[in-house]
Structure formats: C-alpha cells, structure tokens
Design a protein around this ligand. Structure first.
Ligand code: XUL
Ligand code: CO
Length: 445
C-alpha cells in the first residue's frame, strides 16, 4: 500500500473518511478502489502515470448545485466564511484534504475558482497573489500539482459578446488582462499546462457577427498569450478544448477537426495541443474515441476532460464516467497513440444536484478512477491478447504489396490507377466484420 501525506487544514471537512486505497474487486468497502492501483504497471507505465488524475476545482469545491430552475442544494462547509479570502483558504484546505485523501495528485482551476473576483481586476489581482501564496505552501507539503490553469472568460456579464472575439476592443483588452493574470498564477504554481476553452467565443446570430474578423482576433490573442508565457519561462503546453455549442449557439472551437484546422491556418500548431472532453465530443455528434483519434492523428492529443453526457438529452450534463464498454474503446485509441502529451485525466464532472452528502464527492471520483483503470486493463489486454490489431490490419493488407503499396507510397498517378481498376475483375465484397470487433471488446471488459 502506497504511503502518502494527508493534508488537513484547521478544520477537517471530510470527517470519518481516511485515505482511499486499492483493495481489489472483492472488496465491499465503498471507500476503496476496486481497480485503480496507482503503482501497477500496464503497458510499461504505472496506472498513476497513465492517467495523472486531476480534480476540477470548479465542480468539486465551488458548484453547490444551483441550476436554471432552482437555488443551490448543497451546503459546502468550506464556503461559509464571510470574508472572501477566508472562504478561499477554507476552500483550498478542503481541496487539499480531499485530493490527498483520494490520492489524486493534480488539480485544474479557473482563476475565479480560487478566489472571488471582487469589484475590479486590480482587486482580483491582489487576491490571486494571496491565495496562490497559500496554495504554494499547501502544495509543498502534499506533492499535489497543477495539471492546468485557465481563465474564466465566460461568467462575467462583460463577456456576453465574447472575450477575445468581442466586437469591442475594450473587452478584448480586459480579457487580455485577465488571461495574463491567470497565466501568472499558473506559472507561479508550476502548472504543467494552460487551457483555453472557448467560453463565449462564438456567436448567437451570424447576422450581427463578422466571423472572419473574430477568428483573426482569436488567433492574435492566442499568439500574444503564448508569446508572453514563453518569454516568462513557461515550458508547458497550451491546450484548446473543443466544444460545439453552449453557451453560444455556435462555438468557434466546434470539435477537434475544426480546432486543428484553425491552429494550422494561424501558425499555432507548435505550441497548442487539444484537451478532449467526453461530453463535448458527444454534443458535436461524435464519440469520445473519434475525437481522441482525430487529435492523435495530428499528433496533438494533449489531455482529457473526463465525464459523460446523457443519451436521452442534448446538453452538457457533466456526469462522472461509468461506461466501461465505451471507455475501453477510448483507451484503445489512447494506448495506440502512445499516451497524452503533457496532460492527464481531469474529472470535469459534477455530482448530481440531489447528491448532497460530502461523501458523494468521494464515491464519484472513486468510481471515475476505477472505470478508467478497468478500461485500461481491458484495452491493454485487447491489444496484447486478442486478434483485434491483426483483424484491423488485415482489412488493409492489399496496400502492403504490389500496386496497392505503390498507391500508398504515392507512386501511381490517376491514369495508372484507372488502368488497374479497369482491367481488374469487379472486386469481391469483403465484410467489415463489425460484430466480430464488437464482441472482442465485450470479451475483455
Ligand atoms: C465547459 C468546460 C470548462 C473547461 C474549462 O464546458 O468544459 O469547464 O473545461 O474552462
Ligand atoms: Co472541460
């Protein structure tokens, strides 16, 4: 059993819950991992290294269950202090207690998750300085690290027409000030990565929108942010997180393919990778594994926001992952791609509005980590012990020799290709054998 330091602040918030350890699938202890065994080596790396699990500050410590139909349903004892900095410190104590008890070594944050903004950016900057000092102290003792930081450029009403893509330069400049502060905070906390999720970068109506200008401005803004961070010694990755809609009708970072096209067009390919979120993929009418594969094809598979949507409705429900069959297919892509470029698996997921016990937060994360671990074992076993790879390559065997190989390697022109096509007998039908492939997944989960 691995040893780790549990960091409890002035008050213990999760009383009665100790460190979560691996106990195996036979255990009936709900506060134990059944599959996630951090030190276990799978495909040459420990499970902890494969995943680098991160807790999302905004859902887990800030989201008290309010929705468009009702007020908050959850009482978080770390949000009770009346002064903003006291509240921010209590929240951070709760976060470090939770993460060290759970055994998640990373967290992700928006600037405004750490501490309330106050009435001006200048006030916010002062508060951020203090709370990041406090975070540094807590990080030192705990071994917990920042997977990525980001700026919330979508909640404040000033961003209702966009941030970097706002038609008003004054708002773009304000967004620049906020991103600079969020980059400074991330660098101060030695964050491995920095995320841009499009927030309100998109449009509600094309009638009042100059799309070309807005996209040019977005690219200009990203270049500036990247240049600033690089000049100040940041060596991590920048991630763009695609999402097709919500909050705008049309988000500019629609899906992985759209983002890759944008990065290519604007010369950002060297510094930016992708952060693929499950529920964003499904909102874009893709599977999660499709989006991972698109990012991997471009060599840009940076990080994952883990969650799931709901098949019966069409919005971003951000539920914790549970689906072993689907996740195994996603991890096949991840393993074949050779892992994530600098990122990890961040639970961008929230417990349900009526999951009001503090221990529900543990159940959610334990379940999420276990299903990833189980899917990793299944995917690795499929690659090592099944005919999956062989069956898939066999479909392309005709490109391995002769004219097929000449085609693949660019040694045929259309006239030569057409001649072969005309002279050959009509090709025999060849089964795609989808059901056989599906059964292999089922056999290993
Ligand atoms: C919104 C979303 C964000 C980003 C960070 O759908 O996923 O939480 O991950 O801004
Ligand atoms: Co996300």
């Amino acid at each position: 059993m691995e040893k780790r330091e549990i960091i409890i602040g002035q008050k213990e918030f999760f009383k009665g819950i100790g460190p979560i350890h691996f106990e195996g699938p036979e255990s009936d202890n709900p506060f134990a991992f059944k599959y996630y065994e951090p030190g276990r080596i799978v495909a040459g790396k420990s499970m902890a290294e494969h995943f680098r699990f991160a807790v999302a500050y905004w859902h887990t410590f800030c989201n008290t269950g309010g929705d468009p139909f009702g007020s908050p349903s959850k009482q978080f004892p770390w949000l009770e202090a009346s002064d903003p900095l006291g509240r921010a410190r209590d929240k951070m104590d709760a976060a470090f207690e939770f993460m060290t008890k759970l055994g998640a070594s990373f967290f992700c944050f928006h600037d405004v998750d750490l501490v309330d903004e106050g009435s001006s950016l200048v006030e916010f900057e002062g508060r951020l300085e203090k709370i990041t000092d406090y975070a540094l102290e807590k990080m030192k003792g705990s071994g917990v690290k920042v997977l990525w930081g980001t700026a919330n450029l979508f909640s404040h009403p000033v961003y209702m027409n966009g941030a970097a893509t706002n038609p008003d330069f004054a708002v773009v400049a304000r967004a620049g000030a906020q991103v600079k502060m969020a980059l400074d905070a991330t660098m101060k906390l030695n964050g491995g990565n920095y995320v841009f999720w499009g927030g309100r970068e998109g449009y509600l109506s094309l009638l009042n929108t100059d799309m070309k200008k807005e996209l040019d401005h977005l690219a200009r803004f990203l270049h500036m942010a990247k240049d600033y961070a690089r000049q100040n010694g940041f060596q991590g990755n920048f991630f763009i997180e695609p999402k097709p809609m919500e909050p705008t009708k049309h988000q500019y970072d629609f899906d992985a393919a759209t983002v890759i096209g944008f990065l290519r067009e604007y010369g950002l390919m060297d510094d930016f990778n992708l952060n693929i979120e499950v529920n964003h993929a499904t909102l874009a009418q893709h599977t999660f594994q499709h989006e991972l594969q698109v990012a991997a094809n471009a060599g840009l598979l940076g990080s994952i926001d883990a969650n799931r949507g709901d098949y019966q409705n069409g919005w971003d429900t951000d539920q914790f992952p549970v689906n072993i069959y689907e996740l195994t297919q996603a991890l096949l892509v991840l393993l074949e791609a050779g892992g994530l470029k600098g990122g990890g698996v961040n639970f961008d997921a929230k417990t349900r509005r009526n999951s009001t016990n503090l221990e529900d937060i543990f159940h959610a994360h334990i379940g999420g980590m276990d299903v990833f671990a189980r899917a990793l074992l299944a995917a690795n076993s499929i690659l090592e012990n099944s005919r999956y790879g062989q069956l898939r390559s066999a479909r392309y065997a005709s490109f391995e020799s002769g004219a097929g190989r000449d085609f693949s390697s660019g040694n045929l022109n259309l006239v030569q290709l057409a001649k072969i096509g005309r002279n050959n007998p009509e090709p025999e039908p060849r089964s795609g054998q989808q059901e056989l492939f599906e059964n292999i997944i089922n056999q290993f989960v």
